[in-house]
Design a protein around this ligand. Structure first.
Ligand SMILES: *[C@@H]1O[C@H](CO)[C@@H](O)[C@H](O)[C@H]1NC(C)=O
Ligand SMILES: *[C@@H]1O[C@H](CO)[C@@H](O)[C@H](O)[C@H]1NC(C)=O
Ligand SMILES: *[C@@H]1O[C@H](CO)[C@@H](O)[C@H](O)[C@H]1NC(C)=O
Ligand SMILES: *[C@@H]1O[C@H](CO)[C@@H](O)[C@H](O)[C@H]1NC(C)=O
Ligand SMILES: *[C@@H]1O[C@H](CO)[C@@H](O)[C@H](O)[C@H]1NC(C)=O
Ligand SMILES: *[C@@H]1O[C@H](CO)[C@@H](O)[C@H](O)[C@H]1NC(C)=O
Ligand SMILES: *[C@@H]1O[C@H](CO)[C@@H](O)[C@H](O)[C@H]1NC(C)=O
Ligand SMILES: *[C@@H]1O[C@H](CO)[C@@H](O)[C@H](O)[C@H]1NC(C)=O
Ligand SMILES: *[C@@H]1O[C@H](CO)[C@@H](O)[C@H](O)[C@H]1NC(C)=O
Length: 462
């Protein structure tokens, strides 16, 4: 009837075949629309499963027919139930299993069994001004939920780095369609040169193990309806020693040299990364002999008990599982505080430290020199000159050789030999008259060196 009506509305030039296609299109696309939120629904065995269906139409309808069919691969489709208006006609074989409340087209399956897995087809027919029909297909899977996986490491006692292998197996008691994934510190583990998986991924092989493989491993097992993660397992991996170093609570460390002030007791601390923890031993070297002085990570050295000013030590770390050892040498230099420290350090320190030390020394020297030059000479000259017999000054002539050197470092010479008043010209010139230094004394003292000074001295108002 609807077909007839539709045909009338179309031009007679249009063929019947094309017309039918158009009608189908109109009927399905505009008149009636059946939709399902999801074409695949995963169900849990033993529970109820709800297959939601919506439909809508825009034509007046007298009868609404809903039919559910079930099909599995290689089997005949089965009729489950159907309805017209609000009356349901079930297949008597399944009447307790499938429920529908028309005009609501959704289907309830309860309880869900493995045999219920397959495709469910819903067909809706609207009888009004013609008949409109539309259908949808929903794929249903049925699974048992996953139980919590248990991970075991083999060998449980642990493996030595670069020597041993580690196998982690993931066991799950219950669950269907299981997919396994390995996590290390919460991130997926990927195949690499040392990691490989069994075909199902439920076994992880680490060959060989390295220190980098230490971590929190877990197995994630999942299927369409659930996922569970195992407890964390930390495989035991023996490694080391690595990064052996010696530190001290006091003293200055530069490279492998510790500078310690005399009288201080210094605690040395030897540490290296390893598992299990290393055993440490301390070895002292003197001349050609070495001897173990202590076992354990700490060594206390009382600087006053060290015979020489420098002593060579060695800390030796040994991992008795990996069988590997490492050792580091260091030197202890006992100093007294001050310039001696700088000087001694300079010998054995790095070039930078030496340069810094020497520079500091020079700067200090220059400062002292400058200060001395500015304030000291007058007083010294005054004191010395006032109280000395002439004979003593005569001695200065014997140091006349130094006077040539005065041109470059004369004042420095004066510092070195304060008893010898090899007075530089400059000081006498700048000496104020108020110092009470008599012109004659000065004349005598400086003698040949500055013969012209008396003339200048007479200019002074005295
Ligand atoms: C369905 O309901 C419509 C009106 O609501 C009625 O005309 C029609 O006869 C009913 N069909 C059946 C099979 O009961
Ligand atoms: C069908 O019924 C279910 C509850 O049984 C409800 O959640 C759903 O919204 C209904 N669908 C329609 C189209 O009314
Ligand atoms: C049924 O369809 C015909 C042609 O399409 C139309 O003329 C008629 O009005 C329709 N009847 C109703 C009740 O919609
Ligand atoms: C570790 O695995 C490698 C390669 O899989 C094998 O050659 C080696 O023998 C294994 N070592 C041990 C200790 O099992
Ligand atoms: C491994 O787990 C322990 C506790 O289970 C935690 O303290 C540690 O930080 C974890 N390590 C990493 C790398 O996540
Ligand atoms: C195993 O895991 C790898 C990556 O982790 C994945 O690409 C592969 O598909 C998995 N195989 C199986 C059988 O789950
Ligand atoms: C020893 O040194 C290590 C590394 O420098 C440090 O972690 C540790 O706390 C130190 N132990 C002591 C007792 O000083
Ligand atoms: C150290 O040993 C070498 C050779 O073994 C020897 O020539 C040297 O004299 C020794 N030095 C001391 C201080 O014993
Ligand atoms: C070293 O090995 C001995 C015996 O082989 C053991 O008693 C000791 O606990 C080990 N020490 C460490 C730090 O592993």
């Amino acid at each position: 009837m609807g077909q007839d009506a539709s045909m009338e509305s179309f031009s007679s030039r249009v063929g019947i075949f094309q017309c039918k296609i158009c009608l189908l299109f109109l009927g399905a696309g505009l008149g009636l629309k059946v939709t399902v939120p999801s074409h695949t629904v995963h169900g849990v065995r033993g529970q109820a499963l709800y297959l939601p269906v919506n439909y809508g139409f825009h034509t007046p309808a007298s009868d609404i027919q809903i039919i559910w069919l079930f099909e599995r691969p290689h089997t005949m489709p089965k009729y489950l139930l159907g309805s017209v208006n609000e009356s349901v006609v079930p297949d008597l074989e399944y009447q307790h299993k499938f429920t529908m409340m028309p005009p609501n087209a959704s289907l309830l399956i309860n309880p869900l069994q493995f045999t219920d897995e397959g495709n469910y087809i819903v067909k809706v027919n609207i009888q009004g001004n013609g008949t409109l029909s539309s259908s949808q297909k929903i794929q249903v899977t049925v699974d048992d939920p996953v139980t919590k996986p248990v991970v075991q490491a083999h060998p449980a006692s642990g493996a030595v780095e670069y020597v041993g292998n580690m196998t982690l197996t993931c066991q799950v008691e219950g669950g269907t369609r299981l997919v396994y994934q390995w996590l290390k510190n919460g991130k997926p583990v990927h195949i690499s040169s040392t990691y490989s998986f069994s075909p199902l991924n439920n076994t992880l092989w680490i060959a060989p193990v390295t220190k980098e493989d230490i971590g929190n491993y877990s197995c994630l097992a999942k299927n369409p309806v659930s996922e569970m993660e195992s407890d964390i397992i930390m495989p035991t991996i023996y490694y080391g020693p690595y990064g052996l170093q010696v530190n001290s609570d006091k003293g200055l460390k530069v490279g492998e040299v510790f500078t310690v002030d005399l009288g201080e007791a210094v605690l040395f601390n030897c540490s290296a990364d390893s598992y299990p923890p290393n055993t440490y031993s301390w070895i002292q070297k003197s001349d050609n002999t070495t001897y173990v002085i202590k076992h354990g990570p700490h060594l206390e050295v009382a600087s006053e008990k060290v015979a020489q000013k420098t002593a060579d030590y060695m800390c030796c770390a040994y991992n008795n599982i990996t069988g590997r050892r490492d050792e580091t040498r260091f030197t202890v230099i006992i100093t007294s505080i001050g310039l001696e420290k700088l000087a001694q350090k300079g010998k054995s320190l790095s070039p930078l430290a030496s340069i810094t030390g020497i520079s500091l020394f020079l700067i200090l020297s220059m400062c002292l020199l400058f200060l001395w030059k500015k304030y000291q000479p007058h007083k010294v000259i005054k004191q010395k000159l006032e109280g000395r017999p002439e004979t003593e000054y005569r001695k200065t002539q014997t140091f006349s050789g130094h006077e040539d050197a005065l041109d470059d470092f004369g004042i420095y010479e004066f510092v070195a030999f304060p008893d010898v008043p090899s007075v530089p010209r400059m000081s006498s010139r700048t000496a104020p008259a108020s110092d009470g230094v008599s012109g004659q004394d000065l004349h005598c003292t400086i003698y040949e060196v500055i013969q012209h000074i008396p003339a200048q001295q007479q200019d002074d108002p005295e």
